[in-house]
Design a binder for this molecule. Sequence first.
Ligand code: NAP
Ligand code: MG
Length: 455
Amino acid sequence: MAGNQRVCVIGAGPGGMSFLYQNNKLKAAGKRCADVVCYEKQSNWGGLWNYTWRTGVDEYGEFCHGGQYRDLWSNGPKECLEYPDYTFEDHFGKVIPSFPPRTVLFDYLQGRWNKNKLRAYVRFNTVVKDVTYNKTTDYFTIMAKDLTNDQDLPPERFSHVIVATGHFSFPNVPNFEGIDMFRGRVLHSHDFRRATEFKGQRILLVGSRYSAEDISMQCKKMGSGKVITCYRNNPMNFHFPDGIEERPLLTKVDGNTIHFKDGTTAEVDVIILCTGYLYHFPYLSESLRLRSKLSMYPDGLYKGTMWMDDGNNKLFYLSMQDQYYSYTMFDIQAEWACAVICGHLKLPDRKEMESDIAKWVKKRDLLKDCYDDIALQTEFVCDLAKEVGCKYNLDVAALFNKWEDDKRANIATYRDQAYSSIFTGKPGIVHHTPWFKAYDDSVETFVNQTPNKEK
Ligand code: NAP
Ligand code: MG
């Protein structure tokens, strides 16, 4: 008797939930699907979108996953992450502006999951501790712990594993000479929660990508003193508002004084390391662990998704690439993985898979700028869409390119622009209050466009 495949999904964030969604879709259509168990260490779904005030460890002593800040608004247009089969208009019943606060995006995600009754597949407060693959039996053995009852669960066998625990949660924390004796507070952006905490203070941000860009603007918005950002390789070169400036990397810290590579110094009260994240899969046995540099196409994954080094083509990683596309990319990766696992899509032989990876890696190594990155990720998403016979065109490269241009034009106002949904074709609308002056991030105020609560 050939039963269904038994799939273990690790993590109930947008990636893991997309797998549950895609499998459920097969089931609803009466097609062959998998038996799925999703393990989630947090008490709710959403991954990073499940906002937490906590930093460090959670109530069970587990590493705290969430790194979003209280006042985070999307840094990309929602039209670039919109699900084709569940649009923002489907969810909210109206057109809403393009750059929602995190509460609105989380509401949207949950709408799709609730509508499809996906909660039933998730074991909450359950952390996966160990995953091994046995070549002889061709099974994965999963060891998990029930956190609520502080109890190790009996080992469970699965035919396939989906790793969907994300890669923007385990901070990369470099050292700098003298930082241990710095007189103010030092933190990583993963532990940054409220910019209001730094009102009136002079801030140094280390790093020159999204966190440095957004936290500098966030701090200014909330009334901080002067902000200096510093870069290792590439400056951001945005036209920042007065009070934010960019310098080359710091060389050392002396009391409150920061020394920079260009010989300049500055006095600051706070240092925030916006130095990114590390791939971190301590629960996977060595041979199953993705080890790559963060890039648009991580090494060792067929179709950017299937692990090639071990696990007999039965271990899949969702959303491990550096990201422009997000929800829709995770969704199409999940659909592809689900089709492979359930036997609706046949894999080519190993040689062909290896040469496909080599083709993508070669393109990756030629990327020059953000527009190239966007083009490559568009090609990647469309390639998977073609493989699974997706009826939607997921290409939002034009929107991403406009977004990059808007940011270049004015980093303080790019969120005040309107984008049109490629799925509904409806023109976008502008939020009633410019982002730099918008303090109320409630769903009600944003969605109903009622500016009365703005303070
Ligand atoms: P990231 O994109 O990985 O950038 C890491 C930065 O740290 C790079 O500038 C890197 O410099 C620098 N860095 C790393 N090691 C360093 C070292 N030893 N010394 C000096 N600099 C070092 O990480 P991120 O900016 O935290 O972004 C992560 C994700 O969070 C992104 O997907 C982003 O979109 C998301 N995010 C979203 C929002 C929002 O929605 N509002 C806000 C913030 C972040 P090099 O370039 O030299 O390597
Ligand atoms: Mg961060």
